[in-house]
Write a new protein. Sequence first.
Length: 269
Amino acid sequence: MRRLPAYAKINLSLVVGPLAADGKHEVATVLQRVGIADEIGLEVGERLIVSGFAGDTIVAGALEALAVAAGVEPSWRVEITKSVPVAAGLGGGSSDAACALRLANETLAEPLEPAHLARIAAGIGADVPFFLTEGAQLGTGDGTVLVSLDLPHEYWVVLILPADTAKRSTADVYSAFDARAGASGFDARRMELLDALADVGDARDLARLPLNDLASSPLSEWLHDAGAFRADVSGAGPCVYGLFTERTEADAAARALEALGRAWVTAPV
């Protein structure tokens, strides 16, 4: 059985616009992998079996879509070992699906080209194509139009998943965004993001990126007070991240935050 790490992501910026004609919101987002990961193991089997995480639907759905595209039966055995928290804004399920697609594609007699695999991924979920790429990416359109970014990695990431915060569905988060007319001024905020990206030289310049349009958290202010040069919610939340230049400060912040929920210190990948 071949195994791959399925890394989590954070949104270093998330600017959200209006609904497009396809019913999806237009976005401009900066996606960065971080070093906490699930593990996906896959081998050829007699039929499709996904074990290790009873709540999975996305991995199974991705492999069924791959089988249809390749004209084969979905005959793989998959083992998911979860470490990334579920429904936290860290893209764990999407990353799992992308890893499974990559591993299963390698078993095909005629593997699909990367562009074809990316189209399948886009039909599974907006974040899935990102996890088929390498490095940081700027996602536009519905988030599946990707451009590689050369961003600094000289920082530490503190992740905090608050214990007392219920995860709202992504659909509910977007509905609340629409109800407050959050898309107003999208073009200006998108340009602010592009201008800030053009001026990134070192890690601290990431603090100039626009904040998450979908969600905010009082923990961001706490992380700033603890020494983070940037703090924000990832995706639709509720996980909050802080970026630190010094590992000692990151470790101290994570220890203090453990009373509020699960905390990790990691780094960009």
